[in-house]
Write a protein that binds this ligand. Structure first.
Ligand SMILES: [Ca+2]
Length: 251
């Protein structure tokens, strides 16, 4: 899978990232000691989040790792690392059954950001959700900006409650991306490179929200497995550290 940044930029990034990694103990930052969060002393990408699930133990519980947790910090809503499918090798996270996996963000209250998650929906999977909130705390309050479900039984991806619908792609990795402008209070959602919806951030789902990117939520809704990988929240100008650093190919 090719990165979407120019290869010349990639080369610079790779040299920079790898040299930075060498000064950080010789291991490329693939989640690091605090997986999913860049080591602060790298001073690289301090305002971005990325997660490729690759540094965790296969089969381990994501609740309590890398800043992830079950909804309301309840381990019953966690999810397991899996090697069954991956967008970046070797792992993704398996959102199934009671999974309702949350990662909170802090400090995203202005500017332009891109929230990305790669999703693999097996054919025949019932409704399963990806959501983003402008307000989240364990036990509440909550306020949702983005609510999209994958319905492989009906063959559609649907954005609640704005009428956005696209055909679903099953048994393959697909990019889901939300371009968020907190300065203009807008968000545009894309699925497989096609626009799914365009609407307000603060009025996106719940209504009456705030200009803040508070959390992402991967919610199984009782459905069978849907897999997520390479989740990131980066400036609109792009991630400083490519989330797929370990699987980049350069022409
Ligand atoms: Ca991965």
């Amino acid at each position: 899978m090719k990165k979407r940044v120019p290869s010349c930029t990639l080369g610079i990034l790779l040299v920079f990232a790898l040299s930075a990694a060498q000064s950080y103990g010789g291991t490329a930052p693939a989640g690091g000691g605090d997986p999913g969060v860049l080591p602060a002393d790298l001073n690289l990408g301090a305002d971005e989040f990325w997660e490729n699930f690759d540094s965790y133990v296969d089969g381990s519980e994501m609740h309590g790792q890398g800043g992830w947790k079950g909804w309301d910090n309840n381990p019953a809503f966690g999810a397991l690392v899996t090697s069954a499918f991956s967008h970046s090798s070797p792992h993704s996270v398996d959102i199934t059954g009671s999974s309702d996996l949350v990662h909170e963000f802090a400090g995203f209250t202005s500017g332009q950001w891109v929230l990305t998650a790669w999703v693999y929906v097996p054919a025949g999977t019932p409704l399963s959700y990806i959501l983003a909130l402008n307000t989240y705390a364990d036990g509440g309050p909550y306020n949702w900006s983005t609510q999209v479900f994958f319905d492989a039984m009906s063959g559609v991806v649907v954005s609640d409650f704005d009428g956005g619908t696209l055909p679903i792609v099953t048994d393959d990795w697909v990019e889901f991306r939300v371009e968020i402008d907190l300065d203009t209070d807008t968000q545009v959602g894309y699925y497989d490179g096609q626009q799914l919806y365009s609407k307000s951030w603060t009025e996106g789902v719940s209504g009456g929200g705030v200009l803040n990117i508070a959390a992402i939520d991967l919610f199984a809704n009782g459905a069978t497995s849907v897999y997520y990988d390479n989740v990131s929240l980066c400036p609109a100008s792009g991630c400083l550290v490519p989330v797929e650093l370990k699987s980049i190919s350069i022409d």
